[in-house]
Design a protein. Structure first.
Length: 571
C-alpha cells in the first residue's frame, strides 16, 4: 500500500509555497484548529483553486473547473431528480454524470464522509467524488438548476416564522410594541435582509416605485415598472410594524408617529453605484402605507436624442432651448417624464458660461454644475420666494419645478421678459391648454405674448420587448380609424427577458407648439385651447396621438399602449 503524500509537500513540490510558508501555516493551524488549506488561503499564500487541485493529487481524485468544461452535468440523465436542488445547495454538491449504478459528484470537501454516505443513501448509487472549489460549484449549481431566487425564499421564510395567523385589522391602532422593542425588532437580521431584498429586487426589475400597503388580512407589495403597477408576493402580515419601522429608521423618520404622513429619504450603495430613495408614509385604516421612490442616477437619460422626439420635433426643441431668453412650459400628468425632459434640456445647454439655477419639490436628481434648491414651505422657502432671490443671483437659466399659483407664474413670465430663459411645468392634458391655463391663473395676454416661446405636452409609453414582439397585420378598422399606414405592426407577447410583460423600458411621445405671430394673435384675443390647437394643426402640428402612431409604425410600441395613455385622434 503506497503512503499518501502530504498536502504541504505537494504544494512545495508544485512551487506554490516555500518551506517557511508551510511552517508558519502549521503554527497558525495549531492555534486555530482549522484545516491547513483554509489557513494557507487566509494567509494569502495560495488560492482556493490551487488548494483544490493539490488536494485532488493527494487523494487521487480529478479536479474540475468551469473553465475546463468539466463542471457541466449531463442534461439527459435525470440528474436534477436524483439530487434535487435543495440537497445540492445544502451540501454544496453537483451530480455530473451517471453510468449504471455509479454516480460522479462534484464536491468541495471530499473528506466529508458523512455527506458522501448521505448521497449514497439518497441516490442508491456508488458515489465517485470529483473535487472543485466552493465558488465554482455555486456558479455551476446556478447554471444547472437555475439561479437561486433569494427574494422568493425570503418572502416564504417570513411566513414560516409566523407564530400565529393574525389579521392586520386585529392589530389595530393601539397595538404598539414599546419603542425600544419596536426598534430592536426592526433591526433584527431577517427584517433587515427582507427590506434589502425588496429594494434590490425592485431595482433589478427596473421599478420606479415600491408600494408596501396594509390590507385587512394581508400586506400588499407592488412595484411600478414602466409606469404600470405589478403585484409581487408579499411578506407575512405579522412583519408589518417591523418592515415599516425599518424603512423609517433608514429614512430618519419618527417611528413612533403613526397618525400623520411623513416624508424622508436615504441612499444605498448597490454593487458599484449609489441610488437615492424618497420615502412617503401615510396612515390608512389598516396601518401605515409606505411608498419608496427609486431615483437611480445611472438610469437617468440626459441625451435629448434618446428621449423620443420625432426628427422635426427635436429640431424645434433644440432651437428653442438655445434662445437667450423666454419661457418654455411642459405639460402632462404626474409621472409623465416632464422633469426628465427638462433635465435633458439643461444638460444640453449646461456650459461654463451659463449660470443655471433650479427650484424643485423635490430635487429628484443631482445635476453636476447646476445650483439646485429644494422647496421648504415650512420655513417659507416657496417657489415664489425662491424665484425672487434667484433674480439677485444673476442667473441665465432658471428651472421652476411646477407653476402652482399666480404669484409663481407671474415671476416666471416676468423673468422671461427680463432676459432669462425659464423652464417650468404645468398640469394640463395637452399643449394648447397650457396657454389657457396660464390665463385662467391670472396671467394677462400682454405678458404671455412676448414671453412664451414654446408649450409642449408629453406622455410615456412602454417599449415592446425586442426579443419577443410579434408582427401582425392590422385590421381595416385600425388602419381607417386609427390612421395606421403600415401593413405590419407589432404587439406584445412576453418572454423571460421582459418578465412576461411584453415590454422593456419606456419612450416619450410629444406634441410641441412653438409660439409664433399667428398664435400670439389668438392669445391676444383670449382664444380657447381648441382654437389654438386647430391653428397649430394647419401649420403641421404633431399631436400626442400622431407621435404615438409614428412609434407604432416604427415597431417601438403597440396600439394598446398608445390607447392607454392618449385620446384617439380627433377628426
Amino acid at each position: 500500500m503506497s503512503i499518501r503524500e502530504k498536502l504541504g509537500e505537494i504544494l512545495i513540490k508544485e512551487g506554490l509555497i516555500a518551506d517557511s510558508d508551510l511552517e508558519q501555516a502549521m503554527e497558525h493551524q495549531k492555534k486555530s484548529g482549522g484545516k491547513l488549506g483554509d489557513v494557507l488561503i487566509a494567509m494569502g499564500l495560495i488560492t482556493e483553486k490551487e488548494i483544490a487541485a493539490a488536494l485532488g493529487k493527494q487523494l487521487g481524485m480529478p479536479y474540475l473547473s468551469i473553465a475546463s468544461g468539466g463542471l457541466k452535468p449531463a442534461y439527459d440523465q435525470g440528474l436534477e431528480k436524483l439530487i434535487v436542488e435543495e440537497i445540492a445547495r445544502k451540501y454544496l454538491v453537483l451530480p455530473i454524470s451517471r453510468t449504471f449504478n455509479s454516480l460522479s459528484v462534484a464536491v468541495v470537501d471530499p473528506l466529508d464522509f458523512i455527506t458522501i454516505d448521505n448521497l449514497k443513501k439518497i441516490t442508491n448509487c456508488d458515489v465517485n467524488s470529483i473535487i472543485t472549489t466552493k465558488a465554482e460549484i455555486i456558479q455551476a449549481i446556478d447554471e444547472f438548476y437555475g439561479p437561486r431566487d433569494v427574494f422568493k425564499e425570503a418572502i416564504e421564510e417570513s411566513y414560516d416564522k409566523e407564530k400565529k395567523t393574525i389579521t392586520i385589522g386585529e392589530l389595530g391602532e393601539e397595538e404598539v410594541l414599546s419603542l425600544d422593542r419596536l426598534i430592536a425588532k426592526a433591526e433584527e437580521a431577517p427584517v433587515v435582509k427582507l427590506v434589502d431584498l425588496i429594494i434590490k429586487q425592485a431595482i433589478e426589475e427596473g421599478a420606479s416605485d415600491i408600494h408596501i400597503e396594509p390590507l385587512e388580512t394581508k400586506l400588499r407589495l407592488r412595484y411600478r415598472i414602466d409606469g404600470v403597477m405589478q403585484e409581487k408576493p408579499p411578506p407575512a402580515p405579522h412583519l408589518k410594524l417591523a418592515l415599516v419601522s425599518r424603512i423609517k429608521i433608514l429614512s430618519k423618520l419618527d417611528i413612533a408617529e403613526k397618525r400623520l404622513p411623513q416624508d424622508g429619504s436615504f441612499m444605498m450603495k448597490l454593487e458599484d453605484k449609489m441610488v437615492d430613495f424618497r420615502v412617503s408614509t401615510i396612515p390608512t385604516i389598516y396601518g401605515e402605507k409606505v411608498v419608496i421612490r427609486i431615483l437611480d442616477r445611472t438610469q437617468l437619460p440626459l441625451d435629448l436624442t434618446q428621449m423620443g422626439f420625432e426628427a422635426n420635433q427635436i429640431e424645434i426643441f433644440r432651437g428653442i432651448i438655445h434662445q437667450p431668453y423666454g419661457a418654455v412650459f411642459l405639460t402632462g400628468p404626474t409621472g409623465s417624464g416632464k422633469t426628465t425632459t427638462l433635465y435633458a434640456a439643461l444638460h444640453e445647454i449646461n456650459t461654463p458660461d451659463q449660470n443655471i439655477i433650479t427650484i424643485e419639490d423635490p430635487v429628484e436628481y443631482r445635476l453636476e454644475g447646476i445650483s439646485q434648491v429644494q422647496v421648504k414651505p415650512q420655513i417659507g422657502l416657496t417657489f415664489a420666494n425662491a424665484l425672487r432671490s434667484f433674480l439677485r443671483q444673476d442667473p441665465d437659466v432658471i428651472l421652476v419645478g411646477e407653476v402652482r399659483d399666480l404669484e409663481t407664474a407671474e415671476i416666471c413670465v416676468r423673468a422671461a421678459l427680463t432676459g432669462h430663459l425659464v423652464f417650468s411645468t404645468l398640469h394640463t392634458n395637452d399643449a394648447s391648454s397650457a396657454i389657457t391655463r396660464l390665463m385662467d391663473i391670472g396671467i394677462e395676454p400682454y405678458l404671455l405674448n412676448p414671453s412664451v416661446l414654446l408649450v409642449a405636452a408629453q406622455r410615456l409609453v412602454r417599449k415592446l420587448c425586442p426579443a419577443c414582439k410579434e408582427a401582425y397585420e392590422p385590421t381595416k378598422d385600425v388602419t381607417k380609424h386609427l390612421k395606421v399606414k403600415k401593413d405590419l405592426i407589432f404587439k406584445a407577447k412576453g418572454c423571460e427577458k421582459c418578465r412576461w410583460s411584453g415590454y422593456v423600458g419606456r419612450s416619450a411621445i410629444y406634441e410641441l407648439i412653438p409660439i409664433d405671430s399667428d398664435i400670439r394673435s389668438l392669445i391676444t384675443k383670449r382664444s380657447s385651447g381648441q382654437e389654438i390647437k386647430a391653428l397649430a394643426k394647419e401649420k403641421g402640428f404633431c399631436t400626442l396621438w400622431d407621435s404615438g402612431i409614428s412609434k407604432v409604425e416604427e415597431g417601438i410600441t403597440s396600439i394598446e399602449e398608445i390607447l392607454r395613455v392618449t385620446l384617439i385622434k380627433e377628426e
